[in-house]
Design a protein around this ligand. Structure first.
Ligand code: ZN
Ligand code: ZN
Ligand code: FE
Length: 779
């Protein structure tokens, strides 16, 4: 067997074949295709393609991907090889193709062979794919045998990652194993001409999973569970509905008393709920939808898209209070289409969980944990193997920015421009994801959440185990944040292997560099809530000269005390007092803006700051936003992470407003310091003059963008570099990010933003993997 490796292109194959004359000659080849090629209708596609070209041989799923052996006239072989890439199924994604030629064996037909198991497990697991148009059409056709069947699927759509226990992807390795196909389904499954040929979750009313409606005490309620569920939703009840990646809590999004009841029961005061609506046309009746947003809404990934509320928005205010945005998604499971019967136009679809715990996936668990939240339970009997929350995206600067990368995206690998060390990167503490790396691929986990709850931490550890087994990666290197108290750090240190610590904001910037295939050093700008700094302080508004293996801090926001440590994160007014004290000194409490707060509390906090008691220093941008939000009177106490900044963005005018003054100076260690004390003073004066909050908030945003621009200009002067990578949770703020991008580009900077992983802590595991690879190489 004479190996000839081909990657991305036919040129060398054509070269070898062109001088062999015009006589048709039989040739044979073995072809390996890697990428998302299992569970997406790839083998039937190959089968049909081979047949149409008169080729003989076989195709099978292997642990590497798809393996094909073909024989036939060389021109047909060439066409076959080319068409594999050009006409592959919509849900497929080819990462590489290889071809090896050998002598023909004389096959008489083309067949699909059973999967083989090998040691080398590099096959990729497909993310879950939203119900395709063909399936929706069949499901809504009263003459189809799957009329209103809520688990309809085909080789182009349906659950994948959430039902897969191990690879190669075959029904026997999924939670569909327990459903034996009826003769009709089995025929479709084994008939290569059928669009359900080898569709692993193939099922119907007669043989597949089904829904049932259950009351709180566990008794089964109705013969027509879905019709009854629709009736209950329309009459204002709250249902727990089992879906693809877990349970949702669902109610009519136009019924404010139902939504408020859900808030009360979930003890969720302000944090917006996501909603689902049946189609884009309906969404456009209550939200503004741009072309990019429409494309995201309708993509087979079906994420929640953050949209701007339209004038006359009829969704209950309590769905997303104090926000001008709504998180909206379209149906992605067959059941969702059935639920939208008039009068229902929009349903709240929020994760079925208790506050910070992971989303519930198990029926018994749901009855136990969610009985205080839901009136009824619409459940099914197919097990969810991997829980997976809905993904969230927002269009920033005309392109999708992923805020939560989960269902529909995971576990699709992120391909990098360099080879990674086999490693496990343990991520941060909030919005945690972890990353398993092998070759040039980084496989990020779904959104895990806040590790501080014990059930979430267990979910984290279980998911790591599942991923390691699924992708057969035994990491030599374990990467962690520098924060000694992060549970992800403690977990990392408890594992055997070579441990590599990566500074939080270095990981942020490196993740942005890696996904943008940046090869040289850049100016890294990281703005977030908090990260453990190399000097032991709480960093969060940083300018770095950044390479993959190391970084150098060039500048940062001036340090201020964080009175009360963590409680300052939950109570933005503490930061307001810290910034007012820093800007005015003693006597600030006489300012008009302080009248809202209890004088005793002000005194107490001031004393803490003066005596440096429980007041660590921070350069956090998140806390700077908190301070402004509280001083402006938007949010004194936040009920969820990031609330103060989000509400400030929501009221800010996006207009050509003047910025507030600030100072920049070089400090002792040679770094520059952005000093915003004059910003605070001007902002306070403007409020006291009676300026509208919308203008003050708008000017504040412009000022932060100006601070970033000035930091970059200074960094460029220092380093001679005009490329900037921007990362950190603050850049989920559309108003700020778009302004920063415009300012930087106007000054001739090349500006890299996040598109593939979130700018928040959900993206740092990728940066950790990249940094660790280079750190280990450079010793
Ligand atoms: Zn389908
Ligand atoms: Zn069936
Ligand atoms: Fe962070």
């Amino acid at each position: 067997m004479e190996p000839r490796v081909e990657r991305d292109g036919l040129s060398s194959l054509m070269d070898t074949m062109s001088n062999e004359g015009a006589t048709p000659k039989r040739k044979a080849a073995r072809i390996f295709v890697e990428g998302i090629v299992q569970g997406v209708g790839f083998r039937p596609f190959v089968y049909r393609l081979a047949k149409s070209l008169g080729l003989k041989g076989w195709v099978l799923n292997s642990t590497r991907g798809v393996e094909i052996e073909v024989e036939g006239p060389e021109s047909a072989l060439m066409e076959f090889y080319r068409e594999i890439s050009l006409r592959s199924p919509v849900a497929a994604s080819i990462l590489s193709k290889e071809i090896y030629f050998h002598d023909p064996k004389g096959y008489s037909s083309f067949i699909i062979r059973d999967s083989v198991e090998e040691d080398l497990r590099t096959a990729l697991v497909s993310p879950d794919i939203a119900t395709c148009e063909d399936c929706v059409r069949e499901m809504l056709d009263p003459y189809d045998r799957r009329y209103m069947y809520p688990f309809i699927n085909c080789t182009n759509c349906g659950p994948r990652f959430t039902i897969i226990e191990s690879i190669p992807y075959d029904r026997s390795r999924t939670s569909m194993r327990k459903f034996t196909m009826c003769s009709k389904c089995a025929y479709e499954y084994s008939n290569a001409e059928d669009r359900r040929y080898h569709a692993q979750p193939n099922a119907c009313h007669d043989c597949g999973p089904s829904y049932f409606l259950v009351s709180r005490d566990g008794s089964v309620l109705s013969r027509d569970p879905i019709d009854k569920a629709v009736e209950l939703l329309a009459s204002g009840h709250i249902l727990a509905i089992k879906g693809i990646g877990g349970f949702h809590l669902v109610c009519d999004a136009e019924n404010s008393s139902a939504v408020e009841r859900l808030r009360l029961r979930k003890a969720r005061e302000m944090k917006p709920f996501a909603i689902m609506s049946p189609n884009v046309e309906t969404v456009m009746s209550f939200c503004e939808v741009s072309d990019e947003e429409r494309e995201l809404l309708e993509s087979p990934k079906r994420p929640i898209v953050l949209l701007r509320k339209a004038r006359g928005c009829f969704i209950a205010d309590s769905v997303a209070p104090r926000s001008n945005n709504l998180g909206v998604m379209l149906p992605y499971a067959p059941l969702h289409y059935i639920l939208f019967k008039p009068p229902l136009r929009a349903l709240v679809m929020t994760s079925g969980n208790i506050s910070d715990e992971p989303i519930v996936i198990d029926n018994d668990e749901a009855l136990k944990d969610l009985s205080g939240l839901a009136d009824f339970f619409l459940m099914h009997d197919r097990d969810i193997v991997s829980r997976c929350d809905d993904s969230v995206v927002r269009v920033i600067g005309g392109r999708a920015c992923i805020l939560r990368r989960s269902r529909g995206y995971v576990p699709y690998p992120i391909r990098l421009h360099f080879r990674l060390k086999d490693s496990l990167s343990c991520g941060g503490e909030l919005k945690n994801t972890f990353c398993l790396a092998k070759d040039d691929r980084a496989i990020l986990s779904q959104h895990i959440g806040d590790l501080k709850t014990s059930s979430t931490f267990n979910y984290y550890k279980d998911s790591i185990k599942h991923f390691e087994a699924l992708f057969s990666i035994d990491p030599e290197i374990i990467v962690h944040d520098l924060h000694p108290e992060y549970l992800s750090t403690k977990y990392a240190l408890s594992r055997k292997g070579k441990h590599v610590g990566v500074q939080h904001h270095h990981a942020h910037v490196a993740s942005c560099m890696a996904e943008n295939a940046v090869r040289s050093e850049v100016i890294g700008v990281a703005l977030d809530g908090a990260g453990y700094g190399a000097d032991g302080r709480v960093w969060g508004f940083e300018f770095f000269l950044t390479g993959y293996s190391k970084f150098e801090r060039i500048g940062h926001l001036r340090y201020v005390p964080l009175p009360g440590g963590d409680s300052a994160t939950r109570e933005p007014y503490r930061m307001a007092i810290s910034y007012l004290y820093a800007s005015y000194g003693s006597g600030f409490e006489k300012l008009q803006v302080c009248r809202r707060w209890d004088q005793e509390k002000i005194e107490l906090l001031t004393r803490m700051i003066q005596r440096e008691v429980n007041s660590p220093l921070t350069s956090s941008a998140g806390r700077f936003f908190d301070a402004a939000s509280s001083i402006i009177g938007v949010c004194d106490v936040s009920t969820y992470e990031g609330e103060a900044a989000m509400e400030l963005e929501a009221i800010a005018l996006d207009r050509d407003l003047e910025t507030y003054p600030f100072d920049i100076r070089t400090i002792r260690d040679g770094t520059f310091e952005l000093d915003p004390r004059r910003t605070i003073i001007s902002l306070v004066e403007e409020i006291q003059r009676g300026a509208p909050r919308t203008i003050v908030a708008g000017r504040f945003h412009r000022t932060v963008a100006e601070l970033i621009l000035n930091g970059c200009l200074l960094s460029a002067q220092e380093t001679g570099i005009k490329e900037v990578a921007i990362s950190g949770g603050v850049f989920q703020n559309k108003l700020l990010t778009e302004r920063v991008q415009r300012l930087l580009e106007r000054e001739g900077f090349l500006c890299y933003l996040h598109r593939v992983v979130p700018p928040n802590d959900g993206g740092i595991s990728l940066g950790q993997a990249a940094v660790a690879t280079f750190k280990v190489d450079e010793g």
